[in-house]
Write a new protein. Structure first.
Length: 150
């Protein structure tokens, strides 16, 4: 079965027998999440489904990325981009559709492990990008501080 056929069959079972997603999952030996994801493919407009078939997009994970766009125009745009770029991968689609994460940028971490593995040093900066000279300056400041404490 294609993901679309599976989605239609699950929807038919749920309607005909009154099963919940949990009931379907238990009876079919699948996770409830898997059932819910499959059923969400039914929310894709027929026009977009046909575009997916024509573009040879059959992977459930890629189809889910498309249906998660919500808006039919965005779905069509993503399908067209995937078919234009040829054989889109899950990772490429995720990067394309990812929303920027709010909050501050991650701190830069300089890590060093001694060749003898006797110690490991991690230096965390408040900035997200640090030049090599800044790492050297920080290390020299630490050495100076340690020497002054002796």
């Amino acid at each position: 079965l294609t993901p679309f056929e599976e989605a239609e069959a699950l929807h038919g079972l749920a309607d005909k027998c009154g099963y919940t997603h949990e009931d379907l999952a238990r009876r079919l030996g699948k996770s409830r999440t898997s059932i819910t994801e499959s059923l969400s493919l039914n929310n894709m407009p027929d026009e977009v489904k046909n575009l997916c078939r024509l573009a040879d997009i059959h992977s459930k994970s890629l189809l889910l990325q498309i249906v998660r766009q919500g808006d039919p125009q965005k779905m069509v745009a993503l399908v067209e981009k995937m078919s234009r770029d040829g054989g889109a991968t899950r990772e490429a689609v995720r990067k394309e559709t990812a929303k920027p994460k709010p909050g501050r940028p991650k701190a830069f971490v300089f890590s060093y492990r001694a060749p003898t593995k006797a110690f490991k040093l991690q230096l965390r900066f408040t900035k997200s990008k640090v030049e090599r000279d800044e790492v050297i300056d920080a290390l020299q400041a630490i050495i100076k501080e340690l020497r002054s404490q002796s």
